[in-house]
Structures are given as C-alpha cells and as structure tokens.
Write a protein that binds this ligand. Sequence first.
Ligand SMILES: NC(=O)c1ccc[n+]([C@@H]2O[C@H](COP(=O)([O-])OP(=O)(O)OC[C@H]3O[C@@H](n4cnc5c(N)ncnc54)[C@H](O)[C@@H]3O)[C@@H](O)[C@H]2O)c1
Length: 366
Amino acid sequence: MEELDRCLITGCRASQAPIWLTSWLRSGIKCMRPFTVTRNIDRSECKIRQAVRVKAIVTGGAGFIGSHLVDRLLSDGYSVTVLDNMSCGRLDNLGEHRDDERLVVHSVDIRDLKRLGELFRGHDVVFHMAAHADIRASLRDHRADLENNLIGTLDILEAMVENGVRDLVFASTSALYGEAFAMPTPEDYSPVQTSLYGASKLACEAYAEAYTEFSPLRFWSFRFSNVVGERCRRGVIWDFVHKLRRNPRELEILGDGKQSKEYLYVKDCVEGMMTGYGKTSEKVNTFNLAIEEQTIVDRVADIVIEEMGLRNVKRMYTGGSRGWIGDNPVVVLSIDRIKKLGWNPKVSSEEAIRRTVRWTLNEVKG
Ligand SMILES: NC(=O)c1ccc[n+]([C@@H]2O[C@H](COP(=O)([O-])OP(=O)(O)OC[C@H]3O[C@@H](n4cnc5c(N)ncnc54)[C@H](O)[C@@H]3O)[C@@H](O)[C@H]2O)c1
C-alpha cells in the first residue's frame, strides 16, 4: 500500500476520528483523496499520521462500463489495476489515462487463478465488471456464461479470500428477473430465468452471498437495466447505426419494435454504483440501477434516423414480441432502494440514447 499525506481531523472527539474518516469515504462525500485509516498515532490531537490510497481492481476495466468506472475511480483518487482479457475490451477506452501512474492494465483472463493470486495482493476492493454479456451468442455457445461469468466469479472470490481483499462490487443485470410479473420489479422478486446469461449472473450473486457466510467478504451487487453512452459498441443503437449505414433506405428491427426498456446513461450508472458502495455496509447489499423512463425500440429507431439525417426509412420487423430468445420485452425496475440513498439519474433516456448515437456516428465515420 502506498503512503500518502498526513491528515488532520479537527472538530471531533479523538476516539471518533478514525470512524469519521472511514465514514466520509463511504458516505459519498467527496474527499480530495480516499483514505483508509491504518493507525491513529496521536489520539489526543486527532491526528491520523499514516493514511493509504485505496487500491481497486477493476475486472473488465477496458470494456464499455468498466472504462467509465476507471475514469471515476481515478478522478476520486484511487489507484486502479485493470484486469481484462481484451475479448471485447480496448486499450483506447483508457487512452486518456495513458500517463497516469496510478493506473496499471494487465491483459489477463479472470479464470487464471494463479495470476489473479499474484495480482490481487495488497488491494482493498474488486469492482467485477468482466463478463460474457451477449445473450444471443450464448444460444450458440451454452458454456460461455458458465465459464466466463460463474467460474470467473468463483476464481475472483477465491483470489479475494486468499489475499485478504474484502469488498466485492459486482456488475449484475436486470436480465436475471426474466419476464417479471411484478413491475416495477423490486430487488427481492423471485425470478424465473429466460436466458443463460441472466441465470449465470444470478448464480454469481448466490455464490458471492454464500462466501460472505464463511469469510470476511462484503458484497455489493448492482443490477443494471440497459446501459448506454460513449464507448458502447453493441446493442440496439450500434446495430441500427450499422444497418442504416449499409442501407439508409431500410431498417430491420428485431421483434415488433414495441419492446420497452429503460436506457440508463453510463455515467449515471457509475454514480449509482459509487453511491451504493459508499453508503451501505451490510454483508450483502443489492440494488437495481435503472431510470424511471420507458423507451420502446421504435422510438430508439426514430432517434437514430433523425440523428443520421435520414428520411422515408422503411421499417421491416422480424415479428414477435421478443427480439430474440431471452430478450425480455418489458423491463421496469424499481429503483426505490437506491433512491433512498440520494441517487437519481441525471440524464434522461432520450438524451442518453441521443448522446450514444452521436458518439457511435463519430466512431464509425472513419
Ligand atoms: N451494457 C449493459 O447494458 C449492461 C447491462 C447489465 C449488466 N451489464 C454488465 O456490466 C458489465 C460490463 O458490461 P459492458 O457492457 O461494459 O460489457 P463489455 O463487453 O464492454 O465489457 C466487459 C469486459 O470484460 C472483458 N472480459 C470478458 N470476459 C473476460 C474474462 N474471462 N476475463 C477477463 N476479462 C474479460 C471484456 O474484454 C470487456 O472488456 C458486465 O458484467 C455486464 O454483464 C451490462
């Protein structure tokens, strides 16, 4: 661990100083740097003479959401170690931090337990974003979710316990609710699975929960709805832009165009994770992260067509209420639990979709 500046706390009783310092860290109040108290040398003056920079691992940190999380952690003062096998990740997602010595990137698969052991030592928290996250692809490859998601998470859990890393913050998904009957769907809903991807994420959560029973591990799970924004290189917006660039007169839409989802802006998603992680400290903490705004696929098509400056585009529907097997046609998550901690998305779904389209057009224009 790296030693940082001295830190003087005034205005509280000496015995409370370390508690204050750690609770600032976890309460979402923005400090110049995050500190972990290791020693309170002079209690009478409330001086914390030795403090350390929090060291985070981000698995999948070169991917879409992971790279935005890395941006945020570095700006909050963390040291960050990214572990990514680069199957979908890209170094240019982290390009703006090229010269930042606090960021180290390792090209490694999370199922390489031996390497994980070497790399986890000395870290405080793992943000586990790496996953096989393509529901349609797992219809062809039935082992992909099991191996990348569940076995990968099991290896992360083992490496954490072996190396004394206590906090696991996990990127979960609304897909694990299947086609829920209860809407808005709360975190304690008992779901029926409709995809191998959703099933694997639910199993990851179950494993992590079980680990908290026999180890000091603490677990945060954030179940995201559809996340969009800059660096998003898959999903409906990426698909529509590419189809329309190939043929600006016609757009194939999977399903009937009426699938209704919540599109959460990526920076709001990251803010939600940091809020939940900062403000709760149960052994197991589970939150939905979504936006209370529904957008149907046809409306996404409207925005893409508008932003591309196209007219008279003929829409061809493949039919059925689902785009593919495992596509849940309506997703409405309850976000009451995370809202009670003071989080609310700032960017509307329409604006998030528009920003993503603009970024995508800029990205593919070359
Ligand atoms: N994008 C969304 O709308 C959404 C919604 C719900 C949940 N999630 C979850 O959020 C997380 C991030 O998703 P994303 O959209 O940024 O996806 P992404 O594919 O851009 O990022 C995943 C990253 O993990 C890496 N990775 C995959 N398998 C790996 C392995 N075995 N070892 C090491 N690295 C590996 C990939 O190279 C990639 O960089 C995932 O866990 C995903 O399931 C995403």
